[in-house]
Design a protein around this ligand. Structure first.
Ligand SMILES: Nc1ncnc2c1ncn2[C@@H]1O[C@H](COP(=O)(O)OP(=O)(O)OP(=O)(O)O)[C@@H](O)[C@H]1O
Ligand SMILES: [Mg+2]
Length: 452
């Protein structure tokens, strides 16, 4: 009570200000003792005020500090490179989630996330796709605040994530292992995030009811998680993440345990909800089709880095390196050496001596080795559909597979016995038989010369 008295605090502050000056003068001599003592006291007062302002700004996660830091940072926001992703050049205010040069090491030696740059606008549905151990869950955990970045900064709505208290982050999360509360019923699990947000009982019940219906689990409200199958638990985990309509949802393989039909239904429900409620979503999956069909953009991870970040069609049709070309969809690879480059075309001599035309993507000079990538459905064996001067290759049909809507041929091409060609089962489609020889070719733009 004594210290709560403001008047007393001011009086004691002013008294101590003058006492320090008095003692300073008492132990110094000379004409300027008094002015020097006053000056020293004023300077230390100013310094203390500046320091406390700085700490107040830090604790509030001030935009001013973030702005100041950006001015000095070598990583200017609009210089974030393409693999790291950029919202729109010069309009970085639109970034709702942002990873800036983030690195993560668990043991202090090996980086499991290496230099991650990523900027997501509000409302975006972004999928992280990549092999096991490539760092996807680690990125989600850092964004959720369960792990801290070893280097770099993660911003949520322009503020460093560690400056936002957990209950104000508005993040819903579906973990890879469901992580439901075992001692609570399904309905209590769903109600919990609403109680934390101090929502009234009737509103809570209504939202829990709606969320359970969404995941087709309306009849299971009174069961405990241990009384549910894996797929049912996964659906409850999903409902719990969405029940409080968070601004940001992080989902780590949320549909892994569901059968195909339910999975497709939930894919549709999740994207519909995310778009309707304007939820920003970071989704992790191993399933390429899921990634391509659900996402606004897909980030392909490998070895702790984003290899390419692009909308699904761009990722499939214009892979920027061999890893992405191999990882996304079915792909044919032919290896060789670049023998000529002219503007947007190059000629590649394959290892068996034959030549093909390609688009130079990440080859820079003649003599460089390259892996050429062609999608199976872009290969033509009808010469009329090719340019008159296009290079063609001899192919021998090894296998024909009838798949209903498409014909699939496995061919031997330039020493590659697993060259796949797909063609639509149209009225004029040609059925080739094993042993048959054909000339195949493609449009230059569909054949990409990538890193070797
Ligand atoms: N708590 C931890 N301590 C030490 N190493 C860890 C820890 N969590 C993850 N790792 C390691 O970090 C790397 C990235 O793991 P992470 O879980 O992020 O991969 P992921 O891409 O989610 O893989 P998956 O697709 O299998 O779930 C792996 O090599 C993993 O062994
Ligand atoms: Mg994982």
């Amino acid at each position: 009570m004594f210290y709560n008295n403001h008047l007393w605090r001011y009086v004691s502050g002013i008294a101590s200000f003058f006492m320090v000056i008095y003692f300073d003068c008492a132990f110094s001599f000379g004409t300027y003792a008094l002015p020097i003592a006053i000056l020293r006291q004023v300077l230390s007062f100013l310094f203390a005020s500046l320091a406390s302002c700085y700490f107040v700004l830090i604790s509030k996660g001030s935009r001013v500090l973030t702005w100041l830091k950006d001015q000095w940072s070598p990583l200017k926001r609009d210089t974030i490179d393409k693999t790291g992703g950029r919202v729109t050049e010069g309009n970085t205010d639109a970034a709702f989630v942002e990873f800036q040069r983030v690195q993560k090491s668990y043991d202090g030696e090996n980086l499991v996330v290496k230099d991650l740059n990523l900027a997501m606008p509000k409302g975006e549905f972004l999928t992280m796709l990549g092999p096991s151990g490539s760092g996807k869950t680690t990125c989600l955990m850092m964004l959720a605040g369960f792990e801290t970045a070893t280097h770099g900064e993660i911003l949520l709505d322009g503020r460093p994530i560690n400056n936002i208290p957990p209950h104000k982050r508005g993040i819903g999360m579906v973990f890879q292992n469901y992580a439901l509360f075992p001692h609570m019923t399904v309905a209590e699990n769903l109600s919990f995030p609403l109680e934390v947000r101090k929502m009234g009982k009737s509103e809570r019940e209504e939202k829990v009811h709606r969320a359970l219906d969404m995941v087709q689990m309306g009849a299971f409200g009174n069961r405990r998680p241990a009384q549910l199958s894996g797929g049912q638990q996964q659906r409850i985990a999903l409902a719990r993440a969405l029940v409080f309509e968070p601004e940001l949802v992080l989902m780590d393989e949320p549909l892994g345990a569901l059968d195909k039909q339910l999975r497709e239904h939930m894919q549709f429900e999740i994207t519909r909800l995310a778009h309707e409620l304007g939820i920003t979503t970071v989704y992790v999956t191993h399933d390429q089709t899921e990634a391509l069909t659900m996402s606004d953009r897909v980030a392909v991870f490998d070895d702790g880095r984003i290899q390419q970040l692009a909308p699904p069609d761009e990722l499939y049709e214009a892979p920027e390196n061999s890893f992405v070309a191999q990882f996304i969809g079915e792909n044919n690879t032919l290896e060789g050496v670049v023998t000529a480059i002219r503007d947007d075309t190059c000629v590649v001599r394959l290892d068996d001596g034959s030549e093909i035309d390609a688009t130079p993507v990440n080859v820079q000079e003649v003599g460089q080795r390259t892996k050429v990538s062609i999608r199976p459905e872009r290969v033509e064996f009808n010469k009329d559909r090719l340019h008159a001067d296009a290079h063609t290759l001899k192919a021998v049909v090894k296998e024909f597979i009838y798949m209903g809507d498409v014909f699939r041929f496995r061919m031997s091409v330039a020493g590659n016995d697993d060259f796949i060609v797909k063609t639509r089962n149209a009225p004029d489609a040609v059925r080739l038989s094993p042993g048959q020889e054909v000339e195949i070719g493609w449009l230059t733009r569909d054949c990409r010369a990538l890193d070797a």
